[in-house]
Design a protein around this ligand. Structure first.
Ligand SMILES: Cc1ncc(COP(=O)(O)O)c(C=O)c1O
Length: 419
């Protein structure tokens, strides 16, 4: 095994990996600031090159000149379906099963309700203990609305909890890759176990879409939701997406009945008739500029195989962990992400009691990650625009910030609103 304890050895090793990277050409599809190693694409993706120009055209020509005509003339109106189809290709779904709209939280509400409506005689939803808070909040409130109970499970207990709840189980709602630890569920297995109990599965793909090769349709996943602003690079607050398996759409009942989900929105009927297709997941008018931004951003995936994206993600996270062991071992960090590639998403997290100040000090040196309370330093790896050399350089900077004690400077412990 190569000794990677020095920066020059790590850099040579990383250069060799970059030379055989089939996605190396994709980095040129992004605008990345000089002096920054961006390891936070799991929170807010970087800016793909075509987005700026596309938004200028949308604002100056389509909105400024075309005005309301652009809903037809610039094809604004079918954008949620068009963007949904592009996302579908990245998550192993059919084009007709995905639509871009609303936020992940709102979409989660819709599919939770759909699952509860589909199985009214059952009274239990399994939700993940320590899930991203929005998932926990919306699940709890939805259960309360319907008079159901929520049972918590975690990645260690999920299989036994599904079996224990048994015939009372209505739905299992999990996040595929845990936002803090980066640990990943076996989606196929948990989907099967849930359905064996006659229940529906809901996957939150916030840290999956655009970075992990999943096959929602073939694995017979019932419902899924995901973010447009993370690995899909749609920009701050970009619309989310929702997936419903084809055969479940026609009978799907969700309570947010709005005019864009109607069978004929421009007939202005007083009574609600749900659209026959995935459009029934729509509610009101799309955030059109954000949707246009997301659509343009998705061009960064043109011609890219998700299997290559996943392979590179494993390679980047694997290298980070190897160098973490070789160069950061003496600083009191604890790795919280699984070492086994098949069990982790595209992030590596580790803990330290002074994690907040350390993260701020490292960010000040241009290596951007984020901090998740109470003590987690989190780095996300977007395979389209990162190189292995970025990883070697990032580790060297973290080692330097720790070795010199730079992170102890008082300015780095001032808490900011967004961490
Ligand atoms: C697992 C998970 N779900 C949902 C969200 C956010 O959802 P929303 O699109 O409603 O902001 C995040 C954001 O980081 C997340 O990590």
């Amino acid at each position: 095994m190569t000794n990677l304890s020095t920066h020059s050895a790590a850099r040579d090793h990383a250069l060799a990996l970059d030379r055989v990277d089939p996605l190396a050409h994709c980095r040129a599809r992004f605008t990345l600031p000089d002096g920054v190693i961006y390891l936070d694409g799991n929170s807010l993706g970087a800016l793909p090159k075509g987005v700026n120009e596309r938004l200028h055209r949308a604002i100056n020509e389509e909105w400024g000149v075309g005005l309301i005509r652009s809903w037809n003339d610039a094809d604004w109106y079918p954008a949620p379906q068009r963007v949904g189809a592009k996302i579908a290709a990245l998550i192993g779904a059919n084009a007709s099963e995905v639509i871009a709209c609303d936020s992940t939280t709102v979409n989660l509400f819709k599919v939770l309700c759909a699952a509860l409506e589909a199985n009214p005689e059952r009274d239990t939803i399994i939700c993940e203990e320590g899930n991203f808070p929005t998932d926990a909040y919306i699940t709890e409130r939805t259960a309360k609305l319907y008079g159901k109970r929520v049972v918590l499970a975690n990645q260690n207990t999920i299989e036994s909890v599904i079996a224990e709840v048994g015939s009372r189980l209505c739905a299992v709602a999990l996040t595929h890759v845990h936002y803090k630890t980066g640990r990943m569920y076996n989606m196929q297995r948990i989907t099967e176990l849930t359905q064996l109990q006659g229940a529906r599965i809901i996957w939150d793909l916030a840290h999956t879409g655009g970075v992990i090769a999943v096959q929602l349709h073939d694995w017979r996943v019932d419902y899924a939701v995901g973010c447009g602003y993370k690995y899909l690079n749609g920009g701050p607050g970009a619309p989310a997406y929702v997936y419903v398996r084809e055969d479940l759409i026609v009978s799907l009942d969700q309570p947010l009945a709005g005019w864009h989900g109607h069978a004929a929105p421009f007939s202005f009927e007083q009574g609600y008739r749900a659209h026959a297709g995935i459009d029934r997941m729509l509610v009101g008018t799309a955030s059109q500029l954000s949707l246009i931004s997301l659509e343009a951003a998705l061009a960064a995936y043109d011609g890219v195989a998700m299997t290559d994206v996943r392979a590179k993600s494993e390679s980047l996270t694997g290298l980070f962990i190897e160098l973490f062991d070789a160069q950061l071992g003496t600083f009191g960090f604890d790795l919280v992400t699984p070492r086994e590639a098949a069990q982790r998403g595209s992030q590596v997290s580790f803990s330290h009691p002074d994690g907040y100040a350390i993260m701020q000090a490292v960010i000040a040196r241009g290596v951007i990650g984020d901090f998740r309370a109470p003590n987690i330093l989190r780095y996300g790896f977007a395979p389209l625009y990162l190189t292995h050399v970025d990883i070697a350089n990032a580790i060297a900077i973290i080692a330097d910030v720790m070795g010199t004690g730079e992170w102890k400077r008082s300015e780095f412990s001032q808490k900011k609103a967004v961490t």
